[in-house]
Structures are given as structure tokens and as C-alpha cells.
Design a protein around this ligand. Sequence first.
Ligand code: NAP
Length: 261
Amino acid sequence: MNDLKNKTAVVTGASRGIGRAIALKLAESGANLAICARSWQALSDVKLESEAFGIKCFAQVADVSSELAVADFLEKAKAEVGLADILINNAGIYVTEPIAEHPITSWQAVIDTNLTGPFLMSRALIPLMMKRNWGRIVNISSISGKVAEIYGSAYSASKFGLIGLTQALALETAKFGITVNAICPGWVATDMTFNQLNDAEYQSLTDINASDSVDVARLSVPQMRFIDPNEVADLVLFLCSEKAKGIHGQALNICGGLSLH
Ligand code: NAP
């Protein structure tokens, strides 16, 4: 187990799924946390669960796509737990939209959440990491950030963009003891996955029966299973460790072999 005692980690979208698993693993490793999501109830549960590991956790409702909300969250987090050695840009949304009917509102919401959010967080925290000559940034991209997903143009564009942002920031931070990497999960067993697979529009566009949708996705993975959120969290933890200091500017797949198709 890594020892992240005396480190502070910002985790966005920490109320459920992958972000929750990451927050709890970081807490178990001794890191103090600043966590956010757009709704409070599940986030406050994660705050309590993580504090059971004996760390300090600041939690606040904040939308990562809002410049003002990000600034307010980070200002209060700094006062409560100090900022910031580790940044995990995890918050993300997915929409199924065929291009001809794609409303600009859902396009913008996906880009603002999945790409502008990580930009805002990085812009605020990298100068602090540079001053300390240490930092770890992990951006949760996707296999869809390397191979596009049908009817997911905004999502794929945002996740390709996030890998581009990762590489650009890796070049800027390389001399400052900071590493910046992306993780590209395949299908992970979370609300996002099950909401997409159970969405009637997704099923009708992809011509998949409602009752088969989850199995079709699962069996498309060479390992014939969904990734557990804790597996992604374990990879995050490794990237935050000293052992991973040479891994920089990379986009690492964790997908059960899905990328091989
Ligand atoms: P999830 O279960 O839907 O959880 C998403 C988290 O992000 C929630 O805590 C949500 O809380 C928060 N969130 C969403 N929009 C936000 C915003 N604007 N500001 C702040 N928080 C926000 O999704 P997940 O599967 O854990 O996905 C986590 C990340 O992994 C995402 O970036 C996703 O694209 C990526 N990913 C997932 C999969 C997969 O198969 N599940 C695969 C590849 C990549 P609120 O709703 O309360 O805001």
C-alpha cells in the first residue's frame, strides 16, 4: 500500500462509480481529500466513508464545468485541507446523440464537463505543484478517447481532447517533479455504463434488444467482463506513487482487452 500521508488529493466526480472508488483508495492510503460532484447526498456519504480512514475530507457541491464553481471549491478546499499534491480529473458525462439531431446544448455540456473541467482544475493547481516540485495529475479519459464510439461524437471528442490536454500538460510540467497521465477504461460497472446500455435510444440506434444490451457489451470484451471501479482506482494509486515517477504523458488502457478489436 502506498503511503500518501500528508498529501492532499482533489478528486472530481467522487460521489459514485470510479470517482468514489478512487477517493476511498486515496483515503485508505492516508491522503487528505477535497471532493466534489453536482449533488450532495451521495457525496456526503463518501466524505463520511473516507473520514473513517482517519483523514480529513472537504466535500462541496461544485460543477467542474463552471469557472466560478471551480474557483470557489478550490479556495474553500485550500482553507480546509490545503492544496494540492494530487489532482484526479474524473467527473464526466456521456450522451448518445446521432449527429444530425445533436443539440448544441448536450454537445457543450459534454465538452465543458469532460474537457474544460480538467483544464480549469489543472490551470489552478499546476502552479501550486510547480512551487513544491511535486505533483500527480491523472485524467480519466476512455477507450473512446482512442477509438471513437458510434453516436457518441461529443464524448469521443472530449476524451480524445483530454488525452491531448494530458500530453500538452506533461510537456509543460516535466521539469517540476510532476507527472500527468490519462487512464483509458473500457466498460466499467458503474451507473454511466448501465444508463447507456439501458437507454432506449441507444438500444434502438445500435439495433440491440433491451434484454441483450448488457450482455452484448460484456461479451464484446475479450475478458468477457466489465472492469470493477476498484481496478481503475488501483491504477490511479500506482500512478500517484513514487514508483510511477517515470510514467509521464501516457494514456494507459484498462479495458479487459477491448482495445484489441
Ligand atoms: P458515473 O457513475 O456517472 O459518475 C460520474 C461522477 O461524476 C458522479 O460523481 C457525478 O456526480 C460526477 N459529475 C458528473 N458531472 C459533473 C460535473 N459537471 N461536475 C462535477 N461532478 C460531476 O460515471 P463513471 O462511470 O464513474 O465515470 C467516471 C469517469 O470515467 C468519467 O469521466 C467517464 O467518462 C470515465 N469513463 C467511464 C467508463 C465506464 O464504462 N463507466 C469508461 C471509460 C471512462 P453528480 O451527478 O452528482 O454530479
